[in-house]
Design a protein around this ligand. Structure first.
Ligand code: PEP
Length: 254
């Protein structure tokens, strides 16, 4: 069994003071957690400060995006190397909010993926279908096409550090969650594709996590699915007690 991965995506929320308050609460609530990789993705401005507050805690830091160049005349952008320097170990790539609002494509996600790995950041590649695509029966074909294009050109020796976040767009921030069975079906298809692309040996460490209105009430049933290796949590990750309960999910069926 893979170590479960639970990520809190704070999006554009929390200045440095609020971010520090939340991390201090989480440090207490997460004491003793050692069998789950707990990751938080604050806004860029809070990362360095939080790198001190998360030391000696189960929490690791994650960026919400990067640009693919190392440095240069790219006003407004932040490189993978800069995030690693600030204390990050992970980075979220291709979140649907970036795809929909900022024109991210599978091709740009692919460049960012290679840049993240160059800087030893572990990428979380987000994929997911629209409601129209799901209703047309095209969820799996859409998601597998995104995975294939986003991971193009990646060497088998690096794929183990990649995680895929299946986030149906209609479930993000809406309160609607995919049923555990629907999530499992897509996760299984993603895992089969990764095995086909990279071979079972190289790809067996790849985690496939679910995102889309995950909360304390639905995490246990999602995590009970054999191919759900964790969760990418948005809104509920801003509430310390709820996020801690998500991290402490119960997976009786696994
Ligand atoms: C997300 O930010 O990736 C997300 C899934 O958000 P929420 O949990 O609020 O739906």
């Amino acid at each position: 069994m893979l170590t479960p991965l639970i990520i809190g995506n704070w999006k554009m929320n929390n200045g440095i003071r609020e971010a520090a308050d939340l991390v201090i609460k989480l440090r207490e609530l997460l004491k003793g957690v050692d069998s789950v990789d707990v990751v938080i993705a604050p806004p860029f401005t809070a990362i360095y400060h939080l790198s001190h507050l998360t030391a000696d805690s189960p929490m690791q830091l994650c960026g919400q995006d990067i640009f693919w160049e190392k440095s240069g005349a790219y006003t407004g952008e932040v490189s993978a190397e800069m995030l690693a320097d600030a204390g990050c170990r992970y980075v979220i790539l291709g979140h649907s909010e970036r795809r929909q609002r900022f024109g991210e494509s599978d091709a740009t996600v692919n460049k960012k993926l290679l840049a993240a790995l160059r800087a030893s950041l572990k990428p979380i590649v987000c994929v997911g279908e629209t409601l129209e695509e799901r209703e047309a029966g095209a969820a799996i074909s859409r998601v597998t096409a995104q995975v294939r294009a986003s991971l193009a050109g990646l060497s088998g020796s690096l794929v183990k550090d990649v995680s895929i976040a299946y986030e149906p767009i209609w479930a993000i921030g809406t309160g609607r969650t995919a049923s555990p069975q629907d999530a499992e079906e897509v996760h299984n298809a993603i895992r089969e594709l990764i095995y086909e692309m990279f071979g079972t040996h190289s790809a067996r460490g790849v985690r496939v996590i679910y995102g889309g209105s995950v909360n304390a009430g639905n995490i246990d049933s999602l995590m009970s699915q054999p191919n759900v290796d964790g969760a990418l949590v948005g809104g509920a990750s801003l509430k310390a007690e709820e996020f801690a309960r998500i991290v402490r999910f119960k997976h009786a069926a696994r």
